[in-house]
Write a protein that binds this ligand. Structure first.
Ligand code: PLP
Length: 354
């Protein structure tokens, strides 16, 4: 079976993990600090604050902005549920707006109609590795005095006019094993704002600047030395991984017939966390057809967040037609760096032979 994703770890990661074990320092320490510095350099931000996951990075970012009870945050309904849950965890309300049918990201044209006196931030997602229209979001945010949190959990290294995502607002990344680089579990916040960085560091470590002196109420959202050691090794390879994903996508796109292939804005660098096609009729049949041929696929996401049972229970009754339509049509094909040319030809043959 050609898998939909594979974590790519080799001797470098193995050696790095063994060194941590031998050092006897397992919880957050010098390797986490080195990983933060390396990731900040990679993105081009002054600060990076490592966390235990992408979810806790998002929660920390929202809390560090001072968002809480009674506040609203505008976000995407077409994403992994953690983007919206992070807002709930802070005690605030996620407000969903519909998406752009080409990029699957929040449509900036519908944001202003959702702004109320309670709105504090916009939390767009750079879904599947394609940047959202962040410049339009920043402009709206500036006009209404809102903060911007970028959910860049799927978009390490993606750019808009050459500038990396995660540098426009407060950036949040995930290092879950399916992501473009991994630390097993892990996340990171990127920012140029020293106050957001400081509050994030306090929030992730029980509000302590000095051990056992707690100046605010915080959490244990720390990254371990083992995770950071893996992350440092992965960062050495991120460009190579990204270029392999982009080359695989460039091979697939002109060859696939009868499906809608991924859009790439000319001003953006798509990092193809997922290679998402749309199949307006017969999506599930195509997935089955590919499975029979030994090709795994994924549906990200079959149910938009506002339609999830958990959100219906919270009283959400929005109708967001584009998000609902694309969730019925999307299908992710393998695009990861471990694919061979033979694999790519099998994928092309599989899709075109249905
Ligand atoms: C768009 C998006 N947001 C948030 C998350 C949460 O990240 P994590 O799984 O590391 O908590 C993920 C990944 O799972 C994601 O894809």
């Amino acid at each position: 079976m050609i898998p939909i994703s594979v974590p790519l770890l080799d001797e470098e990661e193995k050696q790095a993990v063994l060194e941590v074990i031998d050092s006897g320092w397992l919880a957050q320490g010098p390797r986490v600090a080195a990983f933060e510095q390396a990731f900040a350099e990679f993105c081009g931000t002054r600060y990076a604050i490592a966390t235990s996951s992408g979810t806790t990075a998002l929660q920390t970012a929202v809390l560090a902005l001072g968002i809480g009870r009674g506040d609203e945050v505008i976000t995407s309904p077409f994403t992994f549920i953690a983007s919206a849950n992070a807002v709930l965890f802070a005690g605030a309300k996620p407000v969903f707006v519909d998406i752009d049918e080409r990029t699957y990201n929040v449509d900036p044209g519908v944001i202003e109609a959702a702004i109320t006196p309670r709105t504090r931030a916009i939390l767009p997602v750079h879904l599947f590795g394609h940047p959202c229209d962040i410049e339009a979001m920043l402009e709206i945010a500036a006009r209404h005095g809102l903060a911007v949190v970028e959910d860049a959990c799927q978009a390490h290294g993606a750019t808009v006019k050459g500038r990396k995502v995660g540098t426009f607002g407060v950036g949040c990344f995930s290092f879950y094993p399916t992501k473009n680089i991994t630390t097993a579990e892990g996340g990171i916040i990127t920012t140029d704002d020293p106050e957001i960085a400081d509050r994030s560091r306090l929030l992730r470590n029980h509000g302590q600047r000095e051990r056992y002196y707690h100046e605010s109420i915080g959490y244990n959202f720390r990254m371990t030395e083992i995770q950071a050691a893996i992350g440092l090794a992965q960062l050495h390879k991120i460009e190579q991984f990204t270029e392999a994903r982009r080359a695989n996508a460039a091979y697939l796109t002109p060859r696939l017939k009868g499906v809608v292939t991924p859009y790439q804005s000319p001003s953006c660098r798509h990092v193809y966390h997922q290679y998402v096609i749309r199949v307006p009729a017969g999506r599930d049949e195509l997935a089955e057809h590919l499975k029979q041929r030994g090709i795994a696929t994924g549906i990200y996401y079959p149910v938009p967040v506002h339609k999830q049972v958990a959100y219906q229970r919270l009283g959400y009754a929005d109708h967001l037609p584009v998000a609902e339509k694309v969730s019925r049509e999307v299908l992710s094909l393998p695009v990861h760096p471990a694919l061979t040319h033979q694999d790519l030809d099998r994928i092309v043959e599989g899709v075109n032979s249905r």
